[in-house]
Design a protein around this ligand. Structure first.
Ligand code: GAL
Length: 636
């Protein structure tokens, strides 16, 4: 697979006289892709029903003539102002019942059927016009579903669509009442039309009601996306992508991904470290100009799974961004390191965001490859270096990893709905597990929760998966390798009840989670060996083998055959120790890496990434600060 570079470009932001020169400069830089169009609805359809394609025809021609391939975005994330005059109730409503407003972007409600019809119209017009254009080589639907908290809406459109969804799922109000346990607090419904959205209740709503709403909202995103992919496919054979985000779990990306050809994501390592990535205060400072060393890789591996092998970076941070609490400048070298790390994890393309920094509007403080005065910014030359290196690199393929980590969006909703401890975050639990494995030098595949064949892996982990799917449980029963399930796995039914017999109900195991407790930050539970449980622990009754206990004598890790169950949330010390032992049991080499140094093998090469601001010696070589090194290895 040949790896390529690209850039995001907004021809509508610049005088037409500049397009040809911009295109020539992009091609000279060694770029292959240019993504355009995703926010340009008001230029495509300036007034309802009257289209202006002339400028877009010429822009695509200018870019294509320079040898670039266009990724054409559907513009549905930014409906023009006239759309609101036409459909004043198309705006989403927040949890407090306040309608969101016009003047930025993503001002629409996924459930608003007339807005969906408007989207179908513009996507049809776009696909009819450009579906056979030789320069349009890929599509992007919308832009960053869920960005700015836009998946959940408490509008009247959402309410009506939710009731329909419930009627289809449960068929009768009695079935819904039974499934949700509405006998509790006299919450029974006599008709689907009585069911409201789960906001504005006096105290917490029934968690089964909230979970149903979360599943519904996720289905709405998938349906909104599918409407577009079905139209595009009627007119074009080019692959279709969507650009997902970092640490966004509000909709099931696997479900949306099933209708797409390529998963892509928008990687802003410094913005994420400042804004959301799990880290310690020391590491926030240590990696402030580099990004959290495992955060990008986690998403690369996640989106490789979402894309069923095909994935891109659609937007790569090129310099300071504008939207995080603080926006430092990356260390020299990082714009190159981030790109190479993505390629080592199998990215087909890395596109920098954006070509030229805009001197106007919301993102004027966001760097591009060029400054607003068109002088090259530092990332321009780093991208040029990557382009040269790519040209010298033989085609590389990703290697299958030894270890697999299950990632399940519904579990994020489950533990947001009923955290039981304020700091119980599914994303953090999955990410910390991933990070601990990567610190041991492992390649990791992320797998979906309904994965039905685990046989390719030596080690499989499923922390915090609220409901283990039947295909996964069947695969686990047949699995010959080592697995680590828990904490808090298989703890709920699909309808969000506590299963009886009590969890974890794993094949061949006789364990019962008799009690759980959440732990405030200052309260930890030491293990009898080094390290401790933090955030969460479970008291297990079992006749299975107890591998180790807590200092107060409860089973901490148990096992039956290759299946292990973990009774708490491990701190870094305990997870390094326990995962190392499981790797040995599974026959995987576990080799602790120096802090900030990370490794990834492809089929033919071993890559080392130094996220530190200083050189690191490792394995007989020096990896420079913010640098990458690679060497050929025996084919895996
Ligand atoms: C992304 C978005 C882009 C741009 C960028 C700035 O979230 O897709 O349009 O806003 O962030 O970092």
């Amino acid at each position: 697979m040949k790896r390529t570079l690209g850039v995001c470009y907004y021809p509508e932001h610049w005088p037409e006289s500049q397009w040809v020169e911009d295109a020539a400069q992009m091609a000279k830089l060694g770029l292959t892709w240019v993504r355009i169009g995703e926010f340009a609805w008001a230029r495509m359809e300036p007034t309802p029903g009257s289209y202006d394609w002339g400028w877009l025809d010429r822009a695509i021609e200018a870019l294509g003539a320079a040898g670039l391939k266009v990724v054409l975005g559907t513009p549905t994330a930014t409906p023009p102002r006239w759309m609101l005059t036409k459909h004043p109730d198309m705006l989403a409503v927040d949890k407090d019942g306040k309608q969101r407003g016009f003047g930025s972007r993503r001002h629409y409600d996924f459930s608003h059927r007339p807005y969906r019809a408007e989207c179908a119209k513009i996507v049809t017009a776009l696909a009819e016009r450009y579906g056979k254009n030789p320069h349009v080589a890929a599509w992007q639907t919308d832009n960053e579903y869920s960005c700015h908290n836009t998946t959940l809406s408490y509008s009247s459109a959402a309410l009506h669509a939710f009731r329909d969804w419930l009627a289809q799922r449960y068929q009768s109000p009695d079935a819904l009442n039974r499934a949700w346990g509405n006998v509790f607090w006299s919450m029974d419904y006599a008709d689907f039309s009585e069911v409201a959205l789960p906001n504005l209740t006096v105290t917490e709503a029934n968690p089964a009601h909230v979970m149903a709403f979360r599943r519904f909202a996720s289905d709405e995103v998938a349906a909104f996306n599918r409407l577009q992919t079905e139209i595009i496919r009627r007119h074009s054979a080019a692959p279709i992508a969507h650009n997902y985000m970092g640490q966004v779990t509000d909709f099931d990306h696997f479900a949306t991904g099933a209708d797409l050809d390529i998963a892509s994501w928008d990687a802003y390592p410094l913005g994420f470290l400042s804004d959301r990535a799990p880290s310690t205060p020391e590491n926030r400072l240590r990696f402030v100009r580099q990004g959290e060393p495992d955060y990008q890789a986690f998403h690369h591996d996640l989106y490789r799974a979402v894309g069923r092998g095909r994935w891109w970076i659609m937007e790569q941070q090129p310099g300071p961004v504008n939207w995080a609490p603080w926006n430092p400048d990356p260390l020299p070298g990082m714009a190159r390191l981030w790109a190479w790390e993505a390629f080592a994890h199998g990215a087909e393309a890395v596109c920098y965001f954006r070509w030229r920094q805009a001197p106007f509007a919301q993102e004027q403080m966001h760097a591009g490859l060029l400054r607003p005065d068109s002088i090259a910014a530092p990332a321009h030359d780093e991208a040029a270096q990557v382009a040269v290196e790519l040209a010298e690199m033989p085609d590389v393929s990703t290697a299958r990893a030894d270890a697999a980590l299950v990632f399940d969006y519904a579990s994020a909703w489950a533990w947001e709905t009923q955290p039981q401890g304020r700091d119980f975050s599914y994303f953090h639990l999955a990410f910390e597990t991933y990070r601990a494995l990567r610190r041991l030098g492992l390649n990791i595949d992320i797998i979906p929760p309904d994965c039905a064949d685990l046989s390719a892996y030596k080690l499989v982990l499923a922390p915090g998966v609220a409901t283990l799917s039947q295909p996964f449980l069947t695969a686990l029963a047949a699995y010959k390798g080592i697995s680590l399930i828990g904490p808090r796995s298989n703890a709920k039914t699909v309808e969000f009840a506590t299963p009886v017999p009590l969890p974890p109900n794993l094949p061949g195991m006789t364990a019962t989670v008799a009690r759980v407790e959440s732990l405030p930050p200052a309260l930890t539970v030491p293990l009898s060996n080094s390290g401790q449980f933090v955030h969460w622990r479970e008291k297990i009754e079992t006749t299975d083998e107890v591998v180790e206990t807590t200092a107060d004598g409860w089973p901490a890790l148990i096992c039956a055959g290759g299946i292990h169950y973990l009774a708490g949330w491990l701190d870094d010390i305990a997870s390094a120790r326990i995962l190392t032992a499981l790797c040995h049991k599974a026959g995987i080499e576990a080799d602790p890496l120096p802090e900030g140094l990370r490794r990834r093998d492809t089929e033919t090469h071993r890559f080392l990434f130094n996220y530190n601001a200083f050189d690191v010696e490792w394995d007989g070589k020096t990896i420079p600060a913010a640098g990458v090194s690679w060497q050929e290895i025996a084919p895996r």
